[in-house]
Design a protein around this ligand. Structure first.
Ligand SMILES: CC(=O)N[C@H](C=O)[C@@H](O)[C@H](O)[C@H](O)COP(=O)(O)O
Length: 232
C-alpha cells in the first residue's frame, strides 16, 4: 500500500534543507548565531532547516517559517542522534515539525525499539519522524517501523558502510527505489555536483550542512588545497 506523504514533507520536495549546527566548544555554538544562519539560508532559498538542541530549535522556530528538522546530539559515537524517546519529545516540544532520530537497528539507550519510539512520538506529540539510517537495511527497517521519512545521514558513521567521498549515492538509490516514504539525501554533500548527483539518484530532498554552515571546515578545505598545491 502506498503511504500518503504529509503536507509538511511535501513542502520540502525537491528542495534544499540547510543544517545549521556547531560542535561543542565552537564559537558559533549559540542559538542566536544558528538562528541567523537559518534566516540567511532561507533568504538563499532553503525550504527547510535542520538544527540541533532545544535552545537552537526553539529560537529558529521563532525566526523562520519553513519546516524544521530537529535533533539532539548526545555524545558523538554509538546511538547519539536523539538517542531516547525523552530527547525526541523535548525536540518536538521545542518546535521542530520533524524530529530526526537515530534510525539504525542498534539497541537504544532507553531500551525502546525504533518502532516503539516512533509510535510513541506519533501518539504523544504528533510530530513527524525522520529516521537517520546508516545503511540500506536500516532504512528499509525504519520505514517498516513507521518512520515518515528516511535519511542517509549515518552512512559511513556506524561501521556498516564505508564512508564515501561525497554522499552515499548507492544507498540513496537503493532506498529511493524501494521505499514509499521520502528518502532524504544527507551526509558529505560538499559540492554542487554532489547535490545534482543526489537528485539523479532519487533524493526527495537534500540536507547540506558543513559545506554551507561550518566555516571552520570550509576554511580547512581551502587551506588544505592551497598547501597541497604549493607542495606539488
Ligand atoms: C553524522 C552526523 O553526526 N551528522 C549530523 C547530523 O545532524 C551533522 O553533524 C551533519 O552536519 C549533518 O548530517 C549534515 O551533513 P554534512 O555536514 O556532511 O553536510
Amino acid at each position: 500500500m502506498t503511504r500518503s506523504i504529509h503536507p509538511t514533507l511535501l513542502a520540502l520536495k525537491s528542495g534544499l534543507i540547510v543544517s545549521c549546527q556547531a560542535y561543542p566548544g565552537e564559537p558559533m555554538r549559540n542559538p542566536e548565531t544558528m538562528a541567523e544562519l537559518a534566516e540567511s539560508a532561507v533568504i538563499g532559498g532553503a525550504v527547510g532547516i535542520r538544527a540541533q538542541g532545544p535552545g537552537d530549535i526553539a529560537l529558529i522556530h521563532e525566526r523562520v517559517r519553513v519546516p524544521q528538522i530537529g535533533l539532539w546530539k548526545v555524545g558523538a559515537s554509538g546511538v547519539f542522534i536523539t538517542p531516547t524517546f525523552e530527547h525526541a519529545r523535548r525536540v518536538a516540544e521545542a518546535g521542530a515539525e520533524i524530529v530526526a532520530i537515530d534510525g539504525t537497528r542498534r539497541p537504544r539507550p532507553d531500551g525502546l525499539t525504533l518502532r516503539e519510539t516512533i509510535n510513541r512520538l506519533h501518539g504523544e506529540t504528533g510530530v513527524l519522524v525522520m529516521a537517520d539510517a546508516g545503511s540500506p537495511a536500516d532504512g528499509l527497517a525504519a520505514a517498516d517501523d513507521g518512520a515518515d521519512c528516511v535519511g542517509t545521514t549515518l552512512s559511513g558513521y556506524t561501521g556498516e558502510r564505508t564512508a564515501t567521498d561525497g554522499p552515499d549515492l548507492d544507498m540513496l538509490a537503493q532506498l529511493a527505489g524501494a521505499l514509499d516514504v521520502p528518502v532524504i539525501a544527507e551526509g558529505r554533500i560538499h559540492t554542487l555536483q554532489h547535490a545534482r548527483d543526489c537528485v539523479s539518484a532519487g533524493a526527495f530532498a537534500l540536507v547540506v550542512g558543513t559545506a554551507i554552515t561550518h566555516s571552520a571546515s570550509i576554511t580547512r578545505w581551502f587551506d588544505g588545497a592551497i598547501r597541497g598545491a604549493t607542495a606539488s
